[in-house]
Structure formats: structure tokens, C-alpha cells
Design a protein around this ligand. Structure first.
Ligand code: SF4
Length: 369
């Protein structure tokens, strides 16, 4: 049973008291130790009235209907619309952040749109979105809000999609992903040094999240690595990353290698050449990955799905838009009958590559808010 501590403050349970009187947040490995009135590094969890609270419950930085391929999820209800939303703050400090206006926000004014879990789920259902995505900033830091939205969605037949860096401790990890249907996990690199230097975090908890998702849940999993020239794009690193994925998670987990563009504190680093993405895709395929994609570029070949049985084209994609479709309604190759790994339900959706900002007040009939 939750207690309402105020309009946007919400009680949390993943914390404990230290001998010196500070409270330690146990949501992510940062383990912030808080005195009264202090906020954690993510900014949205804080100590107030001698407990750790979530300060952004029910507030969002905005809502948008997107193609599910934009998350990116290529094998989860392809062609359908997803209602994306996020809050403020983040528990990583990536110097290349592509969403820094939101994730680095210290201004709760960023959270302009208020939405109860029920209103959000109603909006998704009434707009024909098949799923809601917890994205823009890392949802593990607002897990109580994400959890309640996901439960409201489930009651309405709307699925939930986590877009996350997977930097989270075991108990909150289980609580959070128990409500998710799909996840795209950012595997930002394959060295501890990169995680420490560039993200202020660590690789090992992220690998634990990937192993947990693949082996202990039914959550559909895809992985994205943003390739940053000179930092994580060496062939040997991509070799090690893709070999680990195939060996530890299996060949069916789709890998997305996407293009970096200069942003936030890495504006002097050049954008990723398309050839780097193609090279990474080839390395992953050579290591046994059945589905490897290039992302953030126009590359119909690198963005499409091919049958691992006969090699024929199954789903043709170019930057979120689908064209050719050669799967049966239950996801088998029309040429040879081999199953394509993923979540497929009938013919593909027809959302296309549209991006449609949404005002929740207008999206939900007054009687259902
Ligand atoms: S979730 Fe936020 S407050 Fe909690 S440990 Fe992580 S950064 Fe610190």
C-alpha cells in the first residue's frame, strides 16, 4: 500500500539506514548515501522526512507516439506505434548523452506534463499504441512510477517496453522487469574503462541485467551499442562484445550498432562513419549473431531482417519504416518455415516512421481520465 506524501512525492522501499545516520539508496550500484534534504546523483530520488522518496512520480518530460523501431526494437510487434515518455534525471553520467536536456535536467520544470498511470495507459489504448515505452531517461530511477504505469497498461492490454542502460541492483531489477514485456538495453561498450571514464558507471552490473533478462524472464530483449569513434569502435572490442552476447545470451538476441552524433560533452568527437557500423554488423554476424543491425543511418540492407535458415529477406526496413514483409502471422519465414525470434502478432503494423507529440489531456476522453 503506498502513502501519498504530496503531489509528486512517492515513498520507495529500496533503501536502508547506515550506522552514521545516512540513508543509502539501493536502486542502483551508485549507492547514494543521503542526509536529510539531499538528492541522489539521479536527482529524482531524495531523502525527505527521514525516508527516501521519488520526487517525480506522475510527472513527465513529454509524450510522443513513435514507431516501435525507434526504441529500437526490430522484432517486437513490428510496425506498431509506441507511446514514449520519460521523466528527468539519470543515474549515469554519459558524456555523449543524446537526451541530455531531459536526463541532465536539474529543473523539475522539465516535467511539464502530469499524468497518472491510469491516464497514461488510457492515452496509449485510445491512440491505438500497442505499447508504452519508458525512455528518454533511465526508467530504473523512477521505477515506482514505471511499475504503476505498466500495471495500468497490462489491465488494458497495452504492453510495456523499457529502454534502459540496465545499471540497477538485483531487487529493484526484479521488481522493475517483472512488469515489462520488452527491453532494449544500452550496452554502451565492452570495457570497464569506458564505463568508468565516459559514463561514470560500471559494465558488470549491466551484464548481470542482460543475463537476468535472458535467462530468468520472458522479457523480449534487444541490445544497442552506440559506436563512438576512437572510444568503443575497435574491432577487437566489437568482437569481444558480440562473442559474449552469442555465448552467454544466445544467437537470437538482436544487436543494434548505431551511429553517434556529437552531443553534450563530446561535441569534438566526429560522427560515426557508416562503414564502422557495417563492420560491426559483419563482425557480429561472423560470431554467430542471427540478427545484427546498423542504426541511425539510411541502410536498407543493414537495417533489415534476414532468415537465419535460408538467408532470404524477412522484414525490409529503412530508418524505422517497413516495406517488404515475408513472415507468416506467427513469425515464420514464408520461404523455408524457419521461426524468426521475436514477438509477432499477425501482419505488421502500419504506423510508419511518424513521430507524433501528444498532449495527454486531449488524447484521453474526459470520462476516462
Ligand atoms: S537510483 Fe539515484 S539515488 Fe539511488 S543509488 Fe542510483 S543514482 Fe543514487
Amino acid at each position: 500500500m503506498t502513502r501519498d506524501l504530496g503531489r509528486h512525492l512517492h515513498p520507495t522501499r529500496h533503501w536502508h539506514r547506515l550506522d552514521d545516520g545516512r540513508l543509502q539508496c539501493d536502486v542502483c550500484p551508485r549507492a547514494c548515501r543521503l542526509r536529510e534534504g539531499q538528492r541522489g546523483l539521479c536527482f529524482v530520488r531524495a531523502r525527505q522526512d527521514d525516508e527516501v522518496v521519488l520526487t517525480s512520480y506522475g510527472r513527465s518530460s513529454g509524450f510522443c507516439l513513435d514507431p516501435i523501431e525507434k526504441k529500437p526494437l526490430n522484432h517486437f510487434l513490428p510496425g506498431t506505434a509506441v507511446l514514449s515518455f520519460g521523466t528527468a534525471g539519470c543515474n549515469l553520467a554519459c558524456k555523449f548523452c543524446q537526451n541530455w536536456e531531459t536526463s541532465k535536467s536539474r529543473e523539475m520544470d522539465t516535467l511539464a506534463d502530469a499524468a497518472s498511470p491510469e491516464t497514461l495507459a488510457e492515452a496509449a489504448a485510445s491512440q491505438g499504441a500497442h505499447s508504452v515505452a519508458y525512455t528518454y531517461n533511465d526508467p530504473v530511477i523512477f521505477l515506482e512510477y514505471a511499475r504503476d504505469v505498466a500495471e495500468a497498461c497490462r489491465e488494458r492490454g497495452v504492453r510495456s517496453v523499457a529502454v534502459t542502460a540496465g545499471y540497477v541492483c538485483d531487487a529493484p531489477r526484479r521488481e522493475f522487469f517483472a512488469r515489462m514485456d520488452a527491453a532494449n538495453v544500452d550496452l554502451k561498450a565492452f570495457t570497464e574503462g569506458f564505463y568508468r571514464r565516459i559514463c561514470g558507471a560500471g559494465l558488470s552490473p549491466v551484464l548481470d541485467t542482460l543475463l537476468y533478462l535472458r535467462h530468468e524472464t520472458d522479457v523480449w530483449l534487444e541490445i544497442t551499442t552506440l559506436l563512438i569513434p576512437g572510444h568503443n569502435d575497435a574491432s577487437r572490442e566489437i568482437e569481444a562484445l558480440s562473442r559474449w552476447v552469442v555465448d552467454e545470451l544466445g544467437p537470437d538476441v538482436p544487436l543494434h550498432f548505431s551511429a553517434f552524433h556529437p552531443d553534450w560533452k563530446m561535441r569534438d568527437t566526429p560522427p560515426t562513419p557508416p562503414a564502422t557500423l557495417s563492420r560491426a554488423r559483419e563482425i557480429a554476424k561472423a560470431n554467430g549473431a542471427r540478427y545484427a543491425f546498423t542504426g541511425n543511418v539510411h541502410d536498407p540492407d543493414g537495417g533489415s531482417t534476414y532468415c537465419h535458415g535460408c538467408g532470404e529477406l524477412l522484414i525490409e526496413r529503412d530508418w524505422f519504416a517497413l516495406s517488404a514483409w515475408h513472415l507468416t502471422d506467427d513469425g515464420h519465414c514464408r520461404h523455408c518455415g524457419t521461426a524468426c525470434a521475436g514477438v509477432f502478432a499477425g501482419p505488421p503494423g502500419r504506423w510508419g516512421r511518424r513521430r507524433q507529440p501528444l498532449r495527454l489531456g486531449e488524447a484521453v476522453p474526459a470520462s476516462r481520465r
